[in-house]
Design a protein around this ligand. Structure first.
Ligand SMILES: O=P(O)(O)OC[C@H]1O[C@H](OP(=O)(O)OP(=O)(O)O)[C@H](O)[C@@H]1O
Ligand SMILES: [Mg+2]
Length: 179
């Protein structure tokens, strides 16, 4: 798998340190608010698991699966809900946990859905941010790393469902998908 990586951007230790910093901030910010922490599957599953272990206040978790990339390195532009939340967000302080914000289409769609369901507040945390990919204006409240304009995999992020289990984040060699 690592043979397909052109450049490792951040290794497992660097990621872990950043996740801890984000968890510390979130623990302070959400003290006494019992947030509903929503993992945006599939990509955010590793970040979610690592992040919640660093958060020291009471919280609840839930999962939502959405997809727009499929087997491609470019967004289809159509965000599909594959699995919805179990919990109601009505009146809740919601923390959305994302692996990456690229075009911004996934999160702007999700925010719209959760606003219409009357969440009390919506806060966004993303581990990775690729501002060069934006198609809609959107900023995370908390972000880990800003990435260059390249297709990346690892730490939950896939290409055609592969590479999610890499413990690093790296740029995928273009020859892997330009075949
Ligand atoms: O800002 P955007 O351009 O919308 O891209 C970000 C989204 O794309 C990826 O999900 P994907 O649709 O690939 O589904 P997956 O998480 O199951 O891989 C990623 O996990 C984010 O959820
Ligand atoms: Mg994907």
């Amino acid at each position: 798998m690592l043979n397909d990586i052109q450049e490792v951007l951040y290794d497992a230790n660097q990621i872990q340190q950043k996740v801890q910093e984000l968890g510390d901030t979130i623990s302070r910010e959400f003290e006494g608010r019992n947030p509903l922490v929503i993992c945006v599957l599939k990509g955010a599953f590793i970040f979610m698991a690592d992040l919640v272990k660093t958060i020291t206040i009471p919280l609840e978790i839930d999962f939502m699966a959405v997809s727009s990339y499929g087997q491609s390195t470019k967004t289809s532009g159509v965000v599909k809900i594959i699995k919805d939340l179990d919990a109601s967000v009505q009146g809740r302080d919601v923390l959305i946990v994302e692996d990456i914000i690229d075009s911004g289409l996934t999160l702007s769609y999700l925010i719209d859905v959760l606003e219409r369901r009357n969440a009390k507040s919506i806060t966004l945390v993303t581990l990775f941010d690729k501002p060069a990919g934006r198609k809609v204006e959107l900023e995370a409240d908390y972000k880990g790393f800003v990435l260059p304009d390249a297709f990346v995999v690892g730490y939950g992020l896939d290409y055609a469902e592969q590479y999610r289990n890499l413990p690093i984040i790296g740029i995928l060699k273009p020859e892997v998908y330009e075949k």
